[in-house]
Ligand binder design. Structure first.
Ligand SMILES: [Zn+2]
Length: 128
């Protein structure tokens, strides 16, 4: 490599993939966890358990797998409207794109509400 190499050519490749939510926002999550320590996060279980790690949310591997499956199922439904919302977020002129962006945002909110309601229903069924 000669002296003609620029600073950017010598730099380490930029890391473009963002970390997952739990890693990127660990400080905020640590200050306000979204699960109750020692209560399984799987709304179909909600069993009390003794966590082996501070961040352990599920009582068993089966419940963890159920949680991953739930995230995939809802995440798949949320992915496209999330992308479409972000694509049009700063559109200032095209009314059709602005309306499509609002529709995507509304759809995301509806999915979030439906997901939370489903979890609450499942948790209610466990407790009754
Ligand atoms: Zn469980």
């Amino acid at each position: 490599m000669g002296s003609a190499a620029t600073r950017s050519e010598l730099a380490v490749a930029r890391h473009v993939a963002p970390e997952n939510f739990q890693t990127a926002c660990w400080g905020e999550i640590d200050a306000a966890p979204y699960w109750r320590r020692g209560i399984c996060f799987n709304p179909g279980c909600c069993a009390p358990f003794e966590p082996r790690r501070d961040w352990q949310m599920y009582c068993s591997k089966a419940c963890e797998r159920a949680g991953v499956s739930e995230m995939r199922r809802w995440g798949h439904r949320l992915a496209l409207p999330s992308l479409i919302h972000r694509i049009g977020k700063y559109e200032a002129k095209d009314d059709a794109i602005r309306e499509r962006t609002r529709a995507a945002r509304r759809h995301i909110a509806q999915l979030q509400s439906a997901w939370l309601e489903e979890r609450q229903t499942r948790a209610g069924q466990v407790r009754s």
